[in-house]
Design a protein around this ligand. Structure first.
Ligand SMILES: [Fe+2]
Length: 178
């Protein structure tokens, strides 16, 4: 068989793929889904401190995964934190940097963070930044004296979302739980 250089793409039509384990997928898979992030229909902006908010997009308690958009609404800081898992983020708007690194993220750029790193997020952009994140593992936060403050993990993020929904009579969206 010839090596494929690009996927077949001559027709826009559904092809019935005979996957051997389809019945298992139907029974056990949580299913793919779409979460709208341009409006509040699927998920509201939940305040995160003074000048920031989080739009929660997905929670997976099996793998300790959480996905959201962090919106820092003007020049600001997210205090020093230590990751226990891997973070994948894309800068959507504005710009952001870390005091510990020599680069600045701008829209479209990919940010990778790995277990064991601690860093301090700063945006100096007049409109702050919006960051999409697909994040795994606990994040330990510290004060300016390096005293441990709190751990934010998938349970913390679920509680952050659900508490706000309860207080504002917003139905909890089952689509966010994968
Ligand atoms: Fe981080």
């Amino acid at each position: 068989m010839a090596v494929m250089t690009a996927p077949p793409s001559s027709k826009a039509e559904i092809v019935d793929v005979k996957f051997a384990h389809k019945a298992l997928v139907d029974r056990l898979s949580p299913g793919g889904r779409y979460i709208d992030a341009q409006t509040d229909v699927d998920s509201p902006w939940v305040p995160f401190g003074e000048g920031a908010a989080i739009k929660h997009l997905a929670f997976d308690v099996r793998q300790g995964l959480f996905s959201n958009i962090l919106w820092v609404k003007g020049p600001g800081v997210v205090g020093t934190h230590l990751h226990r898992g891997t973070i994948t983020m894309v800068c959507l708007e504005g710009s952001v940097r870390y005091l510990e690194y020599d680069w600045t993220a701008t829209p479209g750029g990919l940010i990778l963070e790995v277990p064991g790193e601690s860093h301090t997020l700063v945006t100096e952009h007049p409109e702050g930044c919006k960051l999409f994140g697909w994040m795994q593992g606990p994040i330990d936060f510290f004060d300016d004296q390096a005293n441990y403050v709190e751990t934010c993990d998938v349970w913390w993020f679920i509680n952050h979302y659900e508490t706000y929904c309860r207080e504002n009579n917003i139905p909890i969206n089952p689509k966010l739980y994968v």
